[in-house]
Each structure stands twice: as C-alpha cells, then as structure tokens.
Design a protein around this ligand. Structure first.
Ligand SMILES: [Cu+2]
Length: 122
C-alpha cells in the first residue's frame, strides 16, 4: 500500500514536470522577423508580398530603399526557414536564402538586383 502511494505521487510529480516542459517549449503565437531581402522596385515589393500571402504570415512590409523587411508571423504555423524559402522561391535573395539562378533570371529586367548577372556563375 505504501509502495502504491509513492508510485502514485511520483506519477503526479512527473505529470506536473512534463506539463511544465510542454508549456515552455510551445512557441508564441506571434513573432516579428527582421530580415533583408534583395530587390529594386514596386514590382519586387508586390512579388515579395504575394509570396508571403500564406497562412501564418500576418504582416509583411519590405522597404525597397533599405532592403529591410519586417514580417509578423505565427511560429506555430510557419517557420522562419519557410519564410526565407518562400521569398527565395520567387527570385529574391534574403540574408539566409539564395534564389535559384533559373528563377532569378526570369525576373523582369527592372527587378534584376545582382551586380554580376553572369548566368555561368552561381
Ligand atoms: Cu522589381
């Protein structure tokens, strides 16, 4: 009987500890990401905003002069990596993800932001 009681207490203690850990590991519902995105013009801005028009991204604003973007998102729905991938996926380099040459080279001329536009260089 004594043994049974201590096992019960142990189980309760374990439940509380693991519950606390789960709460600590849960990411917040809202976070802000400040990143750099290469681009030139209003078309770039629209392209970037369209790419980020996905569930989990609440606000995206990119400044074509400073190249800085502020993105408000829900880390429970979308990861920081995924946000970088989405932007690179439409041809825009970020400080963490590089757009593929074949995607980049299809951008309109006014949007080409890389200094050396050599297709042989990756
Ligand atoms: Cu552009």
């Amino acid at each position: 009987m004594k043994n049974f009681l201590s096992i019960g207490l142990l189980a309760i203690a374990f439940f509380f500890v693991s519950n606390q850990n789960a709460a600590a590991q849960k990411p917040p519902k809202k976070a802000t990401l400040n990143i750099e995105i290469s681009g030139n013009c209003g078309m770039c801005e629209r392209r970037i905003n369209n790419a980020l028009d996905v569930p989990g991204v609440m606000v995206s604003s990119w400044d074509r002069y400073t190249k800085k973007a502020e993105i408000v998102y829900n880390p429970r729905k979308i990861s920081e990596e995924k946000i970088h991938e989405l932007i690179a996926g439409v041809g825009h380099d970020t400080n963490k993800a590089k757009a593929k040459t074949e995607v980049y080279s299809k951008l309109p001329g006014c949007c080409l932001y890389r200094e050396n536009n050599n297709p042989h260089e990756d």
